[in-house]
Design a protein around this ligand. Sequence first.
Ligand code: SF4
Length: 385
Amino acid sequence: MTIQTHKRTCSLCEATCGIAVQHENGRILSIKGDKDDPFSKGYICPKATALQDLHEDPDRLRQPMIRRGDDWQEVSWDEALDFTARELMRIRDQYGRDAVASYLGNPNVHNYGNMLFGPMLLKAIGSKNKFSATSVDQLPHHMASLQMLGHQLLQPVADIDRTDFLIIMGGNPLASNGSMMTVPDFRGRIKAIQARGGRVLVIDPRVTETAKVADEHWFIRPGQDIQLLLAVLHVWVHELSAQLPALPDYVTPTDLSAICAGMTPEHAAERTGISAEAIRRLAGDWLSAKSASGYGRMGLSVQQYGGLCQWLIMLLNIVSGNFDREGGLMLSHPAVDLPAILAARGSRGNFNRYQSRVRGLPEFGGELPVSVLGEEILTPGEGQV
Ligand code: SF4
């Protein structure tokens, strides 16, 4: 009997923690955090330990199943793949390409095989009814990046290991481990900010897990974040312009002034429930911090002004001089630079090249919003899923 240790990555969420799996002839003895992982440094959450339960669950499907009548029968992979290919072609030939819809959930982007081959399969099927978890929570990020940075996948992230002031709006990274910014051990990283004299402010209608460990939590009325963001900009432009760092070429003071015209802290206070005095304090602290990082997540995205909120968060990081610099909101340099590769092929992102059949909602980045999937299945007519 040999005891072996395999170093792997936990695939359960985008924090991608390193794990060390010790096993003896296939029987798992332990799953621990991999201290040598440069990213997670030994941190794991309880879900990683529970991977053993998933692996050993007697109810876990270990082979493909096909329903025949009321029965489910185990079949070989060959049979399952032949059946799937045959049926896909039959449905496509009989009802057209759009009759086949796909929905990709999060685990697909944690699996290199699916990332490599999933898009090819979908391209071969050729249906415009492509859906994914992206349209549930993060399209506003991609829209803002497409509009401001020229590529939908250029996603700046908060440099939380070096920032002096972290402002979190509508996000709960302690529970999500930093969705869109991938931060294993968020609790430890917040403590590190505080230990080096920095501060964390959470602005959220709910007392989230993150709010409980932050230095301050401000309640904000749901859906009013845009008022606060515009008011901060208003204070900078009209009250603290002398303290603003030099603006980059692509930002003009006249534009800034026009964007936040009339959006005073008093106006925002009435709508957000945050006092004008607190808004002025936030604007001042954001500017005077050695480095600051504004991070807005789902709470900002899934509301009426989601796209504008993400656009404004990016703008505030730019205007305060914190964009793409240490401690601010930074662009990453991945080993595989997907945006650069795609841009070289002329692919930067798209919006509204076609629309959904029933409600006419626009596509983004080659997929339709999943909010239309139900009606596309239920509404008869040509192109029905
Ligand atoms: S935070 Fe938990 S679930 Fe997410 S990758 Fe790390 S161990 Fe896995």
